[in-house]
Ligand binder design. Structure first.
Ligand code: PLP
Length: 395
């Protein structure tokens, strides 16, 4: 397929070619690649639960008791008591009527948006929303009004304009990430809630990076900002703060009931395996109790030290107020140069390039973990300090 070879050469020429990096051991704050140790600055397992003994034991027991595969899709033969238990625990944790599991956060967004929203509706979507939201919107065939990132004036303008354009029976939906995955800033949920009420729009939030991490009890940014009761559709992931894999939608009984009947990414796929479900149950127990509070404290202490250090070297960490800490660099080539320097120095950090971000907004995306020890953060900051001296580029 010659045309693919040409397209790949183009990607390489534009510094946009991607390669996978093989990690040889469990994803902990220090990992090994080709026998060499790296400090991990690119994990989404923010609380370190992916290697927590309680989760590992739960998975082992579940594998023995239930096997390693579910044997079917949810509506055929793939609903085990662990699925219903986890859905009930999620609903109780989030204090919603009900919750429904999907095999990934991606599937949850794709399934919920493309099922609930239809061609007669209008979706108002932040321009930096995750790819799974963008794909769900496209699949829904709803009209799309993309508003400028976190810009409430623009959102309101677009809501106002839509008043005249709305068809009979059409619904309006505002959708936003609560932590933006490449910028690390938080959605202005309080203002969005007010606009949703004022303009009679339903509100859907994506708490993929926030669940377990934000809020007094780990329920996310919506808990942190006190707006949980004002959200119609709450999406979250089991794959990041909770250390497992999977996604969920939580909300009213009719929302979940309808998705169970109609969401294609729920209906037409083999369900999550028992070990994952058991680990996720153990993760929920941890994040909602004292050990979770302790892990969150460790995380925020680490974030503070890391950001202070970076800022003291003059790095632009953009408007991040979360555990996701971008370092703005500009071009793809500059980003790859910095990324290579760090990798050669034993730091595992990902360079983010188009199409994930705009061509002039390329960056390193670093993430801080609760289980990074003081020495990990100090060693990383020392590499950044040396890099500032040694690299000719000013970053
Ligand atoms: C904001 C956001 N939503 C959804 C997802 C998808 O979640 P998952 O990785 O569980 O499929 C991601 C993953 O990167 C994300 O960043």
């Amino acid at each position: 397929m010659e045309f693919l070879k040409i397209a790949i050469e183009d990607l390489k020429a534009m510094n946009n070619y991607r390669e996978v990096i093989n990690i040889q051991d469990a994803q902990r704050p220090r990992v090994h690649v080709n026998g060499r140790e790296y400090i991990m600055l690119a994990s989404s397992s923010y609380l370190g639960l992916n290697t927590h003994l309680a989760l590992i034991h739960a998975a082992q027991l579940a594998a023995h008791e239930y096997g390693v595969g579910s044997g079917g899709s949810r509506l055929i033969s793939g609903t085990m008591s662990l699925h219903t238990q986890l859905e009930a625990e999620l609903a109780s944790f989030l204090r919603t009527d009900d919750a429904i599991l999907f095999n990934s956060g991606y599937d949850a967004n794709l399934g919920a948006i493309s099922t609930i929203m239809t061609e007669k509706d209008i979706i108002f979507s932040d321009e930096l929303n995750h790819a799974s939201i963008i794909d769900g919107c496209q699949l829904s065939k709803a009209s799309l009004a993309v508003y400028k990132h976190n810009n409430m004036e623009d959102l309101e303008q677009q809501l106002k304009r839509s008043k005249n354009e709305c068809k009979d029976n059409s619904n309006k939906f505002i959708i936003t990430d609560t932590i933006f995955s490449m910028d690390g800033d938080l959605a202005k949920l309080n203002e969005i809630v007010e606009l949703a009420e004022q303009y009679d729009a339903y509100l859907m939030i994506d708490e993929a990076h926030a669940v377990g991490v934000f809020g007094e009890h780990g329920r996310g940014v919506s808990e942190h900002l006190g707006v949980e009761n004002n959200i119609d559709i709450r999406m979250g992931a089991l794959s990041k703060g909770l250390g497992c894999v999977g996604g969920y939608i939580a909300g009213s009984g009719e929302l979940v009931d309808y998705l169970r009947n109609k969401a294609r990414s729920y209906v037409y796929t083999t369900s999550l395996p028992p070990p994952v479900l058991a680990s996720a149950l153990a993760a929920l127990e941890i994040v909602s109790t004292e050990p979770g509070r302790m892990l969150r404290k460790q995380l925020w202490d680490n974030v503070e030290v890391f950001k202070k250090g970076l800022n003291s070297f003059g790095h632009d960490t953009m408007s991040s107020t979360s555990q996701i800490v971008p370092i703005l660099l500009g071009s793809a080539s500059r980003t790859m140069e910095v990324s290579k320097y760090l990798f050669d120095s034993g730091v595992f950090a990902t360079g983010i390039r188009p199409p994930t971000v705009a061509p002039d907004r390329c960056r390193l995306r670093t993430t801080v973990l609760a289980n990074h020890c003081k020495g990990d953060i100090a060693d990383v900051l020392e590499v950044f300090r040396r890099m500032n001296e040694e690299l000719t580029i000013n970053c």
